[in-house]
Write a new protein. Structure first.
Length: 256
C-alpha cells in the first residue's frame, strides 16, 4: 500500500527546502562591502549603516551617484588590508594612502581627500622634540623614541625616511587612541598624526588637549592623498564609475 504525502506536509517541505537554498547560497548580496574603522574626523558613525566624515562623505556620494549598491562594515584597520590581500570578495577600503606594495593587490580610485602636512604629537612637557626641526634630524636622533602603527603607511616621504634612518622606534598594532595613552605613559616620545584628527582622537582617548603639543617639521611636504582601495574582484567598470563621480580635490590636475 503506497503512502501518499499530505498536501500540507508537501507544502511545508517545499518551503523548508526553499529556505535551505536561500541560507546556503541561493541568495547573494551583491553590495560592495565598504570597510572602515572609527576615526574622527575622517570616518564617524552617525547612525546605523550611515558613516560621514572627511573621507566617508565623498566616498558615499560617489557610490550613491554612480548607482553602486554598498554597505558599511566596521572593521579593524589591520584586518582591512588582509581582506584586500585575500581577494575573496568585492571589498573596498576608505581613505587609505597609495604605495607600491598595495598597488600589487588593490585597485585605486581617484583621490577623495588630501591631508594637511603630517605633524608629530607629543606630551606638552617633552623637551626632546619641538617645532622648528626637520623630520630627518628628529629621526636621526636615537634618543627620541618614535611610536608607529604596524602595517600603516604615513605617505612615501615619511615611509622612506623611516627606512633610510631606522629610528629608535616602537611599532605596535594598536589604534590611535591606545597609542596616545602609550605616549601619556612615556612609552614613546612622539607619534605621527594628521593635523585634522588631533582634537578628535585626544577626546576619544579621554586625554586633555592641554597635556599635549603638536610638532611641525620644516621639511614635511604637503599632505598625502587618500583614496578608495578595492579588491581585485571589484570590476574595473565600478572603479571607472566611481572616478566619474569623485569630485576633484585640487584646483589643478589631480594625481593619478
Amino acid at each position: 500500500m503506497k503512502c501518499r504525502m499530505k498536501p500540507v506536509f508537501r507544502l511545508t517541505l517545499l518551503i523548508f527546502l526553499m529556505l535551505v537554498v536561500l541560507i546556503t547560497g541561493g541568495f547573494t548580496d551583491d553590495r560592495i562591502r565598504l570597510h572602515y574603522n572609527e576615526r574622527p574626523p575622517y570616518l564617524i558613525t552617525v547612525a546605523e549603516g550611515i558613516v560621514a566624515g572627511l573621507t566617508a562623505t565623498p566616498s558615499s556620494l560617489a557610490f550613491q551617484s554612480a548607482g553602486i549598491p554598498f554597505v558599511w562594515r566596521n572593521t579593524p584597520s589591520k584586518r582591512q588590508m588582509h581582506i584586500l590581500e585575500q581577494n575573496e570578495g568585492r571589498d573596498c577600503l576608505v581613505g587609505w594612502f597609495k604605495n607600491s606594495e598595495r598597488e600589487t593587490f588593490a585597485k585605486y580610485t581617484k583621490p577623495i581627500y588630501r591631508d594637511k602636512p603630517t605633524i608629530g604629537l607629543a606630551l606638552f612637557n617633552n623637551s626632546k622634540i619641538a617645532t622648528g626641526w626637520t623630520l630627518k634630524d628628529v629621526l636621526a636622533n636615537k634618543n627620541i623614541r618614535l611610536l608607529t602603527k604596524n602595517g600603516y603607511s604615513y605617505g612615501k616621504f615619511i615611509d622612506n625616511i623611516i627606512v633610510d634612518l631606522r629610528p629608535n622606534r616602537l611599532n605596535v598594532t594598536a589604534e590611535n587612541t591606545k597609542m596616545i595613552r602609550m605616549l601619556s605613559a612615556d612609552r614613546a616620545d612622539f607619534m605621527f598624526m594628521a593635523e585634522e584628527e588631533v582634537d578628535g582622537v585626544l577626546k576619544s582617548a579621554n586625554m586633555l588637549r592641554s597635556d599635549f603639543k603638536t610638532v611641525n617639521f620644516l621639511d614635511t611636504p604637503p599632505g598625502s592623498y587618500r583614496y578608495i582601495l578595492c579588491s581585485m574582484k571589484v570590476e574595473d567598470h565600478i572603479i571607472e564609475k566611481l572616478n566619474h563621480w569623485i569630485k576633484p580635490i585640487d584646483q589643478g590636475t589631480s594625481p593619478k
